[in-house]
Each structure stands twice: as C-alpha cells, then as structure tokens.
Design a protein around this ligand. Structure first.
Ligand code: ADP
Ligand code: MG
Length: 196
C-alpha cells in the first residue's frame, strides 16, 4: 500500500501540492490526469521517494519500483538487449525473459539495435519492456504512450494492464488521454491546475 497524507510540496516559491492525500491499495491501478504543469510528474517523484514533501508523509509498503520516466532514459552505449539485461540480477534464463518482454511491446526484431537507431515511440516501448523486466511491486508510468499511435497504445496498454493484474502489482499511470486512463486504470484522479 502507498499513502500520501496531507502532503504539501513546492519548488522554491512555486506551490504544487497542498494538503494532498492519496491512498493506493495493493494491486490497484490509478490513472492521474490534469493539465500540463499541474504536478503529475512531481507526484510520481514524491511517490518514488525521489522528492520529499515539505509537510506531510509518504508511507509505502512497496519495495521495488518500476519507474517509467517521461523520457525513455536508455543507455545510448548499450543495445536494446543490453539495456534490458542491465536491470536483471539473475543470469539464468535472461534471453527468454528479454524476448518475452520485447514481444509484449512488439519489438522482437530490435534486440541488437542501439537507441539512436530507434524512433521516439520505439524508445518508449523499450523503456516499458525494461520496467516489466525489473518487475516492481509498484509501477509508476509517466505518460508512457505519448509517442505511440492509437492502435499501438490500445494493444500495448491492454498488455501492460494484463501484466500488472497477473502479477498483482499496483500502478500509477499519468496520461493526457481519457481513453488510455479508462482502458488501463481501476480509478482516475484529476489533479487541478496549480494556477488557480
Ligand atoms: P506535469 O507533469 O503535470 O506537467 P510537473 O510535475 O512536471 O507537471 O511540474 C509542475 C510544475 O512545477 C511546472 O510548472 C514545472 O515547470 C515546475 N517544475 C517541475 N520541476 C521543477 C523543478 N525541478 N524546479 C522548479 N520547478 C519545477
Ligand atoms: Mg509531466
């Protein structure tokens, strides 16, 4: 379970969240929507412990977080296969694990390519595959499908949801698309603009 209790967070003088509370149950998938700049990415960083609130608490019982950042953040000097292998601790069966993860984002043929040889959408799919392989008990997705076309986001979204539900993992999923939120999530949270 993850709980944010009365969280207040500002960058310098810019208030982002004030007395904000949220509970995410084990196995729950929450979509977060809201206008650009309202604090969606900041909220994910607070959930991951990458930022600390000035007031309030973040309490988490999760111990492995698969964080899919807004930018794919692949290591440019490694191939797709090596980028995925880099998050695996074990050495047994890794080829099969990597093949399965790449299949689920429809990139089976890209194992030996370098990030610079991939389109923006392909890079974001590799970062999704990497998150699957890291296999957290909490997944944080920051606009993971932004660079994907309608058909692909439907298929990969359904695949992600299937994976999360099969594992019983919880997830917070930031998106601008209501259709993605409805497809992926059990519940939708709207964050208001910070300018009001
Ligand atoms: P969203 O993901 O909803 O678009 P963010 O959480 O990225 O919003 O950012 C919320 C607001 O905080 C934006 O106005 C953004 O410019 C500002 N912001 C984000 N990161 C920083 C930072 N490191 N320092 C100062 N301001 C920031
Ligand atoms: Mg953002």
């Amino acid at each position: 379970m993850l709980e944010l209790r009365d969280v207040t967070f500002s960058y310098d003088q810019k208030p982002i969240l004030k007395d904000f509370s949220l509970t995410l149950a084990d196995g729950e998938i929450l979509a977060v929507m809201g206008p650009s700049g309202c604090g969606k990415s900041t909220l994910l960083s607070l959930c991951a412990g990458l930022l600390r609130p000035q007031k309030g608490f973040v309490i988490s019982s999760f111990d492995r977080i698969s964080f899919v950042f807004q930018e794919p953040r692949l290591l440019p000097w490694l191939t797709v296969r090596e980028n995925l292998a880099a998050v695996l601790k074990k050495t047994d069966g890794i080829e099969e694990i990597i093949t399965d993860a790449l299949d689920s984002v429809e990139l089976s043929d890209c194992k030996n390519l370098y990030p610079e040889e991939l389109s923006g959408g392909m890079k974001s799919r590799v970062s999704l595959a990497r998150a699957l392989i890291f296999d957290g008990d909490l997944f944080l997705f920051d606009e993971p499908f932004a660079a994907l076309d309608e058909e692909l986001r439907k298929r990969i979204g359904a695949e992600m949801r299937r994976h999360l539900k099969e594992k019983g993992a919880a997830a917070i999923f930031v998106t601008h698309q209501l259709s993605d939120a409805e497809m992926m999530a059990d519940r939708i949270l709207y964050l208001p603009s910070t300018n009001t």
